[in-house]
Design a protein around this ligand. Structure first.
Ligand SMILES: CC(C)(COP(=O)(O)OP(=O)(O)OC[C@H]1O[C@@H](n2cnc3c(N)ncnc32)[C@H](O)[C@@H]1OP(=O)(O)O)[C@@H](O)C(=O)NCCC(=O)NCCS
Length: 164
């Protein structure tokens, strides 16, 4: 069932898992911007499918005229039991604590999943690592090698250009 959260300090911001609130044009514009350096614009039906098949946290701003505008997204690729992968996390209205709020709400939800093994995500060491380490309790850099394991990948057509 979809859930909504109102920002404790800025009540004009709502975080929601509702699929019907998506503004696919706004999400596509964000994915295509330099800010989302790993993403790219997608055909609208493909983007809709990607969002529908994910657990999404949309950030919405309600203006004085009551119009709701999508200003952020965090997308979990997940079976909603054992595994979750965070991607396409961005906020347009930056520096107001909205990104921290998204992580807190997401972490609270994930903490209620009794069989969840791990949340994973890729980030950059300079900005992203300290951002998550200070906002996501017990989050740490993955060091599988020292535990005797390694992680593999195969890139496909949709791979972020930064990895090619
Ligand atoms: C990362 C992001 C979601 C944070 O949202 P936000 O609402 O601005 O975050 P908050 O206001 O809660 O916190 C601000 C912090 O974000 C940090 N930040 C700014 N840009 C950032 C970036 N590109 N990546 C990581 N952290 C960033 C700021 O340094 C600030 O840290 P400080 O408070 O210690 O100085 C937002 O900056 C963003 O959308 N960045 C572009 C997309 C992106 O890089 N997403 C994350 C990919 S892993």
């Amino acid at each position: 069932m979809a859930q909504d959260w109102t920002h404790p300090k800025y009540p004009d911001y709502i975080l929601s898992t509702r699929k019907e609130w998506f503004n696919v044009i706004a999400v596509n514009d964000a994915l295509d911007s330099d800010m989302v350096y790993w993403g790219t614009r997608l055909p609208v039906d493909v983007l809709r499918k990607m969002l529908d098949n994910s657990l999404t946290f949309g950030v919405y701003h309600t203006g004085p005229d009551g119009a709701r505008q999508q200003v952020g997204l965090a997308r979990l690729v997940t079976d909603e039991v054992s595994f979750a992968y965070l991607t396409d996390f961005y906020v347009l209205h930056q520096g107001k604590g909205l990104g921290t709020w998204v992580l807190q709400v997401m972490d609270e939800m994930l903490s209620t999943w009794p069989h969840l093994r791990r949340l994973m995500f890729i980030t950059d060491p300079k900005h992203g690592k300290p951002f998550y380490e200070t906002r996501l309790p017990r989050c740490h850099e993955l060091d599988l090698v020292s535990r005797g394991y390694t992680m593999m990948e195969k890139l496909y057509e949709g791979a972020p250009k930064v990895f090619l």
